[in-house]
Design a protein. Structure first.
Length: 129
């Protein structure tokens, strides 16, 4: 039972982190200054303050939404392993984490695509015609 609780807690870390950082990114549009330490850091997002803010808000909305969806789904996915042997609990917990990881990365890909649609290579907003 202890190992199941431990694995559940570990599997809830990623959705809770996505909710927390997603909310922070949406509320503040990311860190005030473009930096190499904290925030959504890609070559395109770090072009200027406009791309930096856009990327944080865009990705933050998705992370927050996906985190809230993954939270109950992760608990639900772990419930069938309740009372099972350690190997089964570990396997189920690992699969849950692997699926969560995919949903952590997907918003990064969609954010980069949105940056390319919205900004040119120099980081200037494209004209909407």
């Amino acid at each position: 039972m202890f190992f199941w609780i431990f694995m559940l807690a570990m599997d809830l870390l990623l959705p809770l982190t996505m909710i927390g950082f997603g909310s922070y990114f949406v509320k503040s549009a990311g860190p005030r200054k473009i930096n190499m330490v904290f925030g959504y850091r890609t070559a395109m997002s770090m072009k200027n303050k406009d791309t930096w803010s856009f990327a944080h808000v865009f990705c933050g909305k998705r992370w927050r939404r996906i985190g809230w969806i993954m939270l109950p789904l992760s608990v639900g996915a772990m419930l069938p392993a309740l009372g099972k042997e350690t190997g089964t609990v570990g396997l189920v917990g690992g699969v849950v984490f692997g699926v969560q990881y995919i949903f952590l990365i997907w918003p990064v890909i969609s954010t980069e695509m949105a940056l390319k649609r919205t900004f040119d290579k120099q980081g200037n907003r494209k004209n909407k015609e």
